[in-house]
Design a protein around this ligand. Structure first.
Ligand code: ATP
Ligand code: MG
Length: 416
């Protein structure tokens, strides 16, 4: 790729300092005063140039993590392979400050027997721009001079609404197949085209996605569910990539149009409600993702829903590796949703389930799944579920609680 550096002065673009998070600006100015380079980078620059609200404000600098830690007091250094500085602010806000880095050449990687020395991984701003995934994610904003710096042709691609991989697609996908997913994600989320060569290489390298580390796939999936999910799921399915991320579930969603349609509808509602401010936990998002698949197991002869679904969960398998607790919690929520469903369908009271810690989650999701709006556990019908028990440790047997309902006055016999 032979693109020369392009710099836009502050009067040549629409990004204004006022759009940047004030804490991010503080860090940038402080690093600058200390003599370091410091730019806003990645998704924040892309989103601000598109007039969208960025999710976070990442900073890149030539200061090393140790130097950042010495000069700021609210800093935690994270990452084992490549160290990053996390600057903490009141209210739980964290701003990531990374040091410019570069891609190692194959020989360098082969020569490094065990751990690659961090020094080897640091790079120049130019190298850092070229090691990134797609051109639109590779722009820098110098908040001090007001300039946008573009080493890779990202500005042109933003203007033409195009997602283009940096470098040769075959080697970039082989190096890291998660980039296939990221390319598809940005195109779907932003409504962009995928540049021709970037798109042409996808089918040949797609199976590599399934061979990526499960923990990384899980991490990327978390990002997907926290944002608008439906358009990206559609695009991943259309390219046959879901199977490489969520294994058997993905295959079913790809092969069975009916259950996928159900997922689509649920995700559409999730996206809309999240945008309107509904906060969903990760467990809840995963329960929604698997619900259309699990729904098929509601009624069956051999064993209860939970056992059948757990077995099917195991055999479906996912490429993404879920922490054990996450899996247990998701199965628990799905099981409770089925119990709620059955209570409504059969008009049969179930006073046991509201005592479960995951019941409020399940009730919210039940409403979202069945009616497209979150269920309100405070307003659940008392005749079916009794009252909500905030104290989960309340282990009182169901029978005892049932007796708390007012008894009908006994008919008085004429003798009394
Ligand atoms: P989002 O709005 O989804 O957070 P983002 O562009 O900030 O978008 P992140 O996943 O937060 O995406 O990654 C931050 C930046 O790191 C990206 O903009 C990109 O430049 C770079 N990056 C992330 N993953 C890769 C990858 N697999 N290969 C190369 N560069 C990557
Ligand atoms: Mg980001």
């Amino acid at each position: 790729m032979t693109v020369t550096i392009r710099i836009l002065s502050s009067s040549e673009h629409c990004l204004s300092r006022n759009d940047v998070d004030p804490d991010a600006l503080k860090i940038i100015h402080r690093l600058h005063r200390m003599g370091f380079l410091a730019y806003l980078c990645g998704g924040a620059v892309r989103d601000l140039l598109l007039g969208r609200k960025p999710k976070d404000f990442d900073i890149v600098t030539d200061a090393r993590p140790g130097q950042i830690r010495k000069r700021f007091h609210n800093v935690f250094i994270i990452g084992r392979r490549f160290r990053l500085a996390h600057v903490h602010f009141p209210g739980g806000k964290i701003i990531e400050v990374a040091t410019f880095r570069r891609d190692l050449a194959e020989e360098e990687r082969a020569a490094a027997t065990e751990r690659i020395a961090p020094e080897l991984m640091y790079g120049t701003p130019r190298e850092d721009a070229f090691r990134r995934d797609v051109t639109i994610n590779s722009l820098y904003y110098d908040a001090v001079s007001g300039e946008i710096i573009d080493y890779v042709g990202g500005l042109d691609d933003l203007a033409s609404r195009r997602v283009r991989l940096i470098g040769d697609p075959a080697s970039r996908y082989t190096e890291d197949a998660v980039r296939i997913w990221r390319v598809v994600r940005y195109a779907a989320r932003l409504g962009f085209e995928i540049e021709e060569e970037t798109a042409r290489a996808i089918p040949a390298f797609a199976p590599l996605l399934g061979k990526c580390a499960g923990a990384r796939l899980y991490e990327e999936l978390n990002k997907e569910l926290g944002e608008r999910t439906r358009p990206v799921m559609d695009a991943l399915r259309a390219r046959g990539l879901l199977r490489y991320i969520i294994g058997g579930f993905g295959e079913d969603y790809e092969n069975d149009g009916t259950i996928y349609e159900r997922l689509r509808e649920i995700l559409e509602n999730k996206d809309r409600l999240q945008k309107d401010g509904l906060e969903l936990t990760r467990e809840e998002c995963y329960a929604l993702l698997f619900w259309p698949w699990a729904e098929a197991y509601i009624d069956g002869k051999d064993g209860g829903f939970r056992e059948r679904m757990e077995k099917a969960f195991e055999s479906a398998g996912t490429q993404a590796v879920f922490p054990k607790k996450m899996k247990t919690d998701v199965v628990q929520i799905l099981t409770l949703i089925v119990e709620i469903f059955k209570a409504f369908r059969n008009s049969r009271a179930n006073y046991v389930i509201p005592r479960h810690a995951a019941f409020p989650s399940a009730f919210v999701l039940f409403g979202l799944i069945m009616e497209g709006r979150p269920g309100d556990p405070e307003k659940m019908p008392a005749n079916l579920f009794g009252r909500l028990h905030p104290a989960v440790e309340d282990k009182a047997p169901a029978k005892k609680r049932r007796r708390r309902r007012p008894r009908k006055p006994r008919k008085q016999s004429p003798q009394e």
